[in-house]
Design a protein around this ligand. Sequence first.
Ligand code: FES
Ligand SMILES: [Fe+2]
Length: 380
Amino acid sequence: MELATTLKGQAVRNQVREIGINGNHWYAVAWATDLKPKKILPVTVWQQSIALFRDAQNQVQAVENVCPHKGVAMDKGQVKGDAIACAYHGWEFNGQGECVNIPYWNSEQKLPCAQLQTFAVQEKYGLIWIFPGDPLRVTRSDPLRVTQRDRSLADSTPLPDIPQYDDPNWLMIPINGHFKAHFTICNENTMDVFHGYLHKNLQGWFDPILLKLQETENSVKADYQVSYRGVMSKLLGLGKVGDCVTTQVISVDYRYPNYVNDLQGISSLYLMRLPIAPQESRSFAYMFLKVRLPKRLVNLLRPVLQPIISNLLFMPFLRQDIEMIESEQANYLKDPQRRYVEVNPAIIAVQRLMVRQYQTFANQQPSHVETPPQPEVMSR
Ligand code: FES
Ligand SMILES: [Fe+2]
């Protein structure tokens, strides 16, 4: 569906700051290099704490970060071969979440039916991805009887495609973002090309015009015309002299829950959003820059260029964004009922998409939860 590219002004619906996620997507949760062998890495996907570890084959396993014995966090424990062992009594669980050893039981004793929930997990593109949505089959009347998630949705949902990842014609810059803000505020910032004003001292883009807006069930794509001058223009290979102005079209494509932004084959940004909590989000991004140097030279320079470009070029932009995003969040919390005015139809479309995705997911969740039997009240 193509949408109009002009809007007089629309009140931002407060509802959007209160929504959760659609769990039926793959979420990037960590850089793969941060999960070392024999270590446990705790991550959080929308208030669900998960412990990641590598088994003896170096395969990533993802289990809930709560021991089914007494509720201690599993990331306080250690990795033992294929299993994760809790720090408190040493109960060991394999990657399927089954209790496989209790160190103080003899081998004849039957192990209890205590099980950790597990999550579908993949390692690809230097990232670890979790699929949090598949329904868990739990019998609430018997809390020890936790069966595993139905993985059919995870199996049939593809990860985003990042074709430049292994392409030596592109220089890849990983960028890490951490925000004390709801993920919807962060996602609106990424779609909001009109905030080039904020970055004017960094010679960011200017004179943005929304050219085209397309919306589908799972995506919002906006094409903007933007202009660059000076260092940024030169760095992107757009201009020959330092102060010349170049006008380009940038497409910003929000494919829920991630972004793919493209500057006419000159640079691409893949931004993976991790909603952590109502006031905390992360982003794992790859900026790809087209390089016109010999491949061998690029390979040689890559370890040096990556941190330099990230720290000097992108982090100053990100720090300015974080300040705005966190200010927006803080003022929302002070007065959640206050209405703000949005004039960019692309932002309205992104809000609509995030609300719709959340509602779709919420409607799929079972409405009836089997309640555990109430304990009998002892009368004196
Ligand atoms: S609390 Fe984890 S083994 Fe006892
Ligand atoms: Fe920005």
